[in-house]
Structures are given as C-alpha cells and as structure tokens.
Design a protein. Structure first.
Length: 133
C-alpha cells in the first residue's frame, strides 16, 4: 500500500510539473523494435506512460540504455503539448537535452523502413487535466 501511495504521489507530482510547450519542438526517442513491428502510417497510438525524449537524434541513438534493437522515432510536438523541459532546469545535471512528454496520443505520419526511422506527431494529452487543457 505504501509503495502504491508513493507511486501515485510521484505521478501526481510529475503531472503538476507539466507545462505547455511555447513553441513547436522536434524530439527523438528510441523505441524497441518489438514494439514498432506492426506500426503503420496513419495509425494513432496512445502512449500511456511518460516519454523521455531528446532534443538531438544522436543522443537518442547513442543512449546508454541501448540503442541496438531500437528504432529511432522523431516526434513533432506542437505548441501547447504538455512537457517537462529538463533542458531548462539549471539544477538538473546530465539531462541537458531531455524533455519528458506526458501520456499522449501520437499520430504515425511516416514509417521509413529503409532507414529504421518512424515519424510521429503529438495529437492530444491523454489526461485532459494536464496544464489545465
């Protein structure tokens, strides 16, 4: 029970830290191939967890958690997309290019099998209470 209470508090804290992006951003994330094998252009995906993304494709590609067996995903986040900009927090170290997205609906705009890359665009947050949206 105590662990679940702490998890709920942590999630609530993360959600309360989300602010709408003031400008459009292109973000990058590695996704394990086993999760993207059936993704097709035109699909809508509901990403139910927080999504740690990078401002640079090279950081995502070379991530220490393992880029082998992954597909690089480029995510277009429009103005107003709820996010935590760790790159703007001076007291956060070693995460200078990180942006965390809230649970969100994503639209698959293109799948580039030849270059092992997927292009997506954020549509809307899955929790309407984020950022007062």
């Amino acid at each position: 029970d105590r662990i679940l209470e702490q998890a709920r508090a942590d999630i609530s804290n993360m959600m309360s830290c989300m602010t709408p992006l003031p400008s459009e951003m292109v973000l990058y994330r590695n996704i394990k191939i086993k999760f993207v094998e059936n993704i097709k252009e035109g699909m809508t995906l509901n990403y139910l967890g927080f999504s740690s993304c990078s401002l640079s494709p090279h950081i995502a590609e070379n991530a220490s958690y393992g880029s082998s067996g992954c597909t690089l995903t480029e995510i277009l986040a429009p103005v107003g997309t709820p996010a935590i900009r760790l790159d703007l927090m001076p007291d956060v170290q070693n995460e200078a290019d990180e942006v965390i997205l809230a649970p969100i609906e994503l639209f698959v705009s293109r799948v580039d099998i030849e270059n092992n890359k997927i292009y997506m665009a954020c549509r809307k947050p899955l929790n309407e209470h984020i950022c007062g949206l």
